[in-house]
Every structure is written in structure tokens, then in C-alpha cells.
Design a protein around this ligand. Sequence first.
Ligand code: FAD
Length: 408
Amino acid sequence: MNNAVDDVVIVGGGLAGTLTALELSRRCAEASITVLTASSLDVCASMMAQGGMAVPRVDRADDAEVHVADTIAAGNGHCDVDVVRSIIGDAPRLVHVLETGGVRFDRDVHGAPSYACEGGHQCARVLRASDATGAHVMQTLHAELRRQRNVRIREHCRCMSVRVRPNHVLLSCMNVHDGDHIMLTARSVVLAMGGSGQLYAHTSNPPTAMGDALRIAEELGLPLRDLEWMQFHPTAFATSTCSGTAPLITEAIRGAGAWLRNTAGERFMPRYDARAELATRDVVVAAMREEMEREATDRVWLDCRHLDRQHLVAHFPTFIENCRALGLDPTVDLIPVRPVAHYQCGGIAASIDGSTSLARISAIGECARTGMHGSNRLASNSLLEAGVMAMRCAERLAADIAHPTMIA
Ligand SMILES: Cc1cc2nc3c(=O)[nH]c(=O)nc-3n(C[C@H](O)[C@H](O)[C@H](O)COP(=O)(O)OP(=O)(O)OC[C@H]3O[C@@H](n4cnc5c(N)ncnc54)[C@H](O)[C@@H]3O)c2cc1C
């Protein structure tokens, strides 16, 4: 492998960056690829995803179109319909790629996919691996990544700026441990740097979601779109010790029947929306904020007391464990929750294959904006988008490597 000039440097080792590296490596065994991560490889939003990945159900022929309709409704009409249709259309291929790579989504007793229901979806269509989907997917993919002979992984290496030269790209990076400066050179760079939740006081995001991609893109003159549409997730634990990153409570708990109550004990969501607790996130968060303001408090309450204990223990072990750590039993206690900054719907303007207005720079995953999510992302659509973008970006980069004059 040529260490002086990489064919591709991928900034980010979440689902978007990791799957791009794996798919590119599979297609071009000779390509030299470097993956950079600002922290250790396992610190990323992809690892924290609990709910799962939304995909059209295999047992309903019309479900791809219903999934498209649900995505557009959640995005309040601001989605790019062709993008939505194209990404959802590629979901079966993504599932195949992930399963071929060793990912095992939950199945029912008959061996059929076991889908969960989340807010804004007209039916259960979220593939999951218990309530720790991201951890299972990423541990599987990261293990595979570490086996690739043509992929070099540089952890704790924070990219600070990117400069495009006529025949290559320079990356100026910092060793996070000792502050040392590291320069890297690549023929092509993929920004797969995740979101910007750490810019907010309360967030579900990991410490790596610093918004660096936005700064780097702005310096490069890449257009940024829809940054005003930051999505807040309705249910993170609201305990007095919570500041910075708060543990999230998966939406699938409300899909399984949990209710939201105000401090007076009223189940308030039916007053705001016919879908009640399964309305889209923007609607649930707005209702929560109104209740919190009226009651002059910083939280509302998640009520799981009417749910079956066995079901909770079997399907939501992460939730049960987080409750236990806070001295709470969800079958007895109300759980204090509040909205937190969760997902950056906007970002670097990019096509589904990650191409941007600069030939040597791609942007994929949460830091990119394709038009998939409109003003409000449908639950569990981001792993889907990140995965499809990664597959398509790898295909395009493989073609560029095979025909280098295309980006000369
Ligand atoms: C708690 C939580 C639960 C979620 N649950 C779901 C869910 O159930 N379903 C769903 O679809 N979505 C979910 N999401 C959203 C989803 O996880 C993310 O949108 C998606 O994983 C983003 O993937 P990514 O690869 O773009 O970014 P990430 O997975 O965040 O990876 C970003 C990478 O970029 C690196 N990086 C950042 N800045 C730099 C820098 N300057 N230099 C070098 N490296 C850098 C990081 O180290 C990291 O490796 C959840 C998010 C959170 C936070």
C-alpha cells in the first residue's frame, strides 16, 4: 500500500464511512484507503442507534410506496421525492450487503424479519437487533474493516481542514492525544463525519458530533443546505445528573404502547394529534415543549407501567439497564424525559452517491444533505440513507479509480 498518497481518505468511521471503506475495498483490492476517526472507532452515532433501520416490508408489495409517503409526510413536504424513492428502492440491496457481511437482524419464530413500529410509520417496518441495533451492526462491520489489508485506520486523528489542489487533496489533522499535527494526501476525500448535536446543551449525540464537517465544507466553498432543520428526539432521560449527552429512550417503546404524561398525570398527546405518541417527532416535541412551558418544568413522563414486563425485558434490555442505573423500574415508576438535539437534517449539499460540487470531495451520511429528510426525518431513516449513500459512493469511487482521468 502506498502510504504517501492514498487513493481515498475517508473522514469518519460510522456506518457511512465504514461501509464505504468496505465496499470500496471489496471492489478495488489494490486501492489504498485510510479511515480517520476523531475518537476511537467505536465512538460514533451509528454505534448508538437503538431503534433500527427502516426498510419496506418484504411481505407487502406496496410497502415501498407507503414508506415513501410516510417519509414525505414526516418531512412536511420538504423532501426531494426522487431521492426518497431512490434511497428506499435500494433498501433491499443494503439489507443484503449488511447480512452478507454478517449482520443479523431479529427474526420471528418462523424466520421472517421481525419489524418494530416507530412514530410516523403507518406500519411496523423497522429492522432491529434487539434495542442495540447500531452496536451490533457497527461491531460486525468494524471487525470486518480491521481485517482489510488495504485499509489503514487512524483513530484519535481529528481532521481540522481540507484543501483541494489540482491533482490531490491535503488534509490537515491533529493527533487528539498529544496535539501533534499530521498531514495526509489523497486523490479523493470522503467526508462521513456525522452530525453536530454537541453544539447544543442537551443532546443524544456522541462527543464526536462536533459539526466539523460543516466548518470544513464552508472553508471549501461547498454549499450547505437546510441547517435550520435540526431534529430533536422526544425522549431522552431527564435526570438531574443529565448534561451534555443524555441516554436516549428508543421510539420503539412508544411503538410498543408507552404513553407520555404531564406532571399533572394527564396523557396529553391525544389532545395534540390523532396519532398520539406515534405522531412524528416534530409534533411530539412541540407538544412536550408546550406542556413543559405551561407547567414551568423541564420534563414530562414516560409511562410504561401498563406494558408487559416480560416484553420490556425481552425487547428493550438497553432501556431496562439504563433505568436500573438510575434506580428506576419502568413497570412501577414514571420515567422523566425531555427532548434533546438528535439529528442534523441539513448539511453539505450532495447527491445520493455522495458527489458534491467539488470532484475530489464526497459527503455522505448525516453530514450530507440529499433532500431525503425534508424538515423532519422519519424515525430510523438515517441508517438507511447512510448505508445506501455509502454503497453508491463506493461504486462511484471504484469507477474513478479504474478510470482516473474522470476526476483529473
Ligand atoms: C443515540 C442515537 C440513537 C439513534 N438511533 C437511530 C436509529 O435507531 N435509527 C436510525 O436510522 N438512526 C438513528 N440515529 C441516527 C444515526 O445513528 C446517525 O444519523 C447515523 O448513524 C450517522 O452515521 P454517520 O456515519 O453519518 O455518522 P457517525 O456514525 O456519527 O460517524 C461519524 C464519524 O466521523 C468521525 N469524525 C467526526 N468529526 C471528525 C473529524 N474532525 N476528524 C476525524 N473524524 C471525525 C467520528 O469520529 C465518527 O467516526 C441515532 C442517533 C443517536 C445519537
